[in-house]
Every structure is written in C-alpha cells, then in structure tokens.
Design a protein around this ligand. Structure first.
Ligand code: 6PG
Length: 264
C-alpha cells in the first residue's frame, strides 16, 4: 500500500513566478540545512529548472547572496547517457545556467558521468554518494532537498512508465533502459528520493495539466504514472506549479493559491 502523504501545492500565475518561488524554496532549504553543517541538494534536468537556476545566479536578485554556496553539496536525480558537453546533458544545462556563475566549489558538484557505460556510471555515482554521505552498510542517503520535474507521461527523474527501475528497492542509483525513448538513463531510485527531508515537484505548462490531475487525483497506477511513487517518508510533498499546469486541480480558495491534497 502506498504511504499516505499530504501534498502542499502552490499555484503561481506564470512560469516566471513559479521559478521565483522555486528559487526561494531552494534558498530556504539550503539555509536551513546549512545550520546542520552541510546542505545536500539533488536537482533535476530537463528544461523547467533553467529559469530557477538563472534567478539563483543573477546578482540583481536576492538569492545569490542568501544561498550558503560554501555549504552546498550538489547532486543530480538523473542524467542522460551523453558526455557533459552534449546539448542533452543535464550537467551542461546546469553548468551554463548556474554553476559557471556561482561560488560553489567544484569538488562539491557531483555530476553523473553520462559519458560512461550506464552500469558503470550508476555504480560509480552510488559510491560517490556513499562516500560523500559517509554511509555504512545498508544505510541510504537523506538529501536535504530533492527537486523533481514531471514529464507529460508521468515520469519523474528517469523513472519512466513500465521500466525496470520502478521495481528497484535496494540500490541508490541505477541505469534504466527507456524503450519509449530508445535510450538509457541513470537515475536515483524512488525509495531514496522518498527519504529526502524536503521533496518538491516543479511543474509548468498546459501540456502537463492532465498528467498532474492523473498523478494526484487519479487511481494509483505507479507503473503508468511513476510520479505516484513519490510519497516522502516525511509525509509531506511540495508542489510548485504555474496556473497552466494546475488547470485541472481543484481551485484553491486561498488568496495565495495554496492548497493541500491528502493522498491515501
Ligand atoms: C530529465 C529530467 C526529467 C524532467 C522531466 C520534465 O533528465 O529529463 O530530470 O525527469 O524533470 O522530463 O522535463 P521538462 O522540465 O523539460 O518538462
């Protein structure tokens, strides 16, 4: 049975407003975690996070000064199996929009090596996480913040519908063959994502409205909608959406357009 979770969703008028709310969420989570010594943050790729990254790196915005960059360890939730200079690379996108512009020490940036054989890359990333989190035995990592996106097919990270990685319960990182894209991906597993202290979806665009409704209001079919596997152990899941992506969610009475959904 899936774990019950409270989804706290916030609907922002535009993609720009959504990116700003996400930059604030990133900043707040980093500041809070840094009081414990280090902020370990796992980010997504795709296109949606780009504007948030640009806001975080923009000296004219408040975030660049507020984020404790020297206390951050940065990880990815997934990567495409391409070299880091490839246009498809999540690392490249993040480097261009954020890393090349902020004072985050390179040794604290842990990219997935998409250029390697997927099995090898996944195993190496699992040991990178084990070493940097100083895990022992069967211990698994607790990220301070996991930022997720959602594909219009209901996938998140590289957990695609009807793929092997959906059944993975013991590894931290796995290679995942995605026949529907005729490609391989490297991805964190969903039990590890669910262990995150804060887990948040950032979703934009009318093209996502139906899948958002299916994932959060539809029947529980995680093989078809893998984003339904995201049920954090904390019992809370944050959702930042623009109005277009939230078009098929219950209208919130609240003026600041926040609402909650109880997933049972
Ligand atoms: C990736 C991502 C993936 C992404 C969704 C949404 O590597 O593609 O990590 O899970 O979050 O595909 O992508 P968009 O933001 O481009 O819609």
């Amino acid at each position: 049975m899936p774990r019950p979770v409270t989804v706290v969703y916030r609907v922002l008028p535009t993609p720009g407003d959504t990116a700003r709310a996400a930059a604030q969420l990133f900043t707040d989570a980093a500041v809070k975690a840094a009081t414990r010594g280090i902020a370990r943050i796992a980010i997504s790729g795709g296109t949606t996070p780009k504007t948030m990254f640009a806001l975080l790196a923009n000296p004219a915005e408040p975030f660049l000064k507020q984020v404790p960059w020297d206390k951050i360890e940065l990880y990815w939730v997934d990567e495409r199996c391409v070299p880091p200079d490839n246009a498809e690379s999540n690392y490249r996108m993040t480097n261009e929009a954020l890393l090349s512009k902020v004072p985050l020490p390179a040794e604290r940036v842990h990219r997935m090596e998409g250029e390697l054989d997927p099995e090898v890359a996944a195993a190496r990333y699992e040991s990178t996480i084990r070493n940097t989190f100083r895990l022992e035995g069967a211990e698994t990592p607790t990220f301070d913040l996991v930022l997720l996106g959602m594909g219009d097919d209901g996938h998140t990270a590289s957990l695609f519908p009807h793929t092997e990685a959906l059944n993975e319960m013991s590894h931290i990182v796995v290679p995942n063959h995605v026949p529907q894209k005729d490609t391989w991906r490297i991805t964190l597993t969903w039990p590890v994502i669910n262990q995150g202290r804060e887990v948040a979806f950032l979703i934009e665009g009318a093209g996502k409205a139906q899948v958002v409704r299916d994932v959060f209001l539809g029947p529980y079919q995680p093989d078809t909608h893998p984003s339904q596997l995201i049920r954090p152990a904390s019992g809370r899941l944050a959702l930042l959406l623009d109005a277009a992506a939230a078009a098929k969610l219950p209208k919130s009475a609240d003026s600041d357009s926040t609402g909650t959904l109880e997933l049972r």
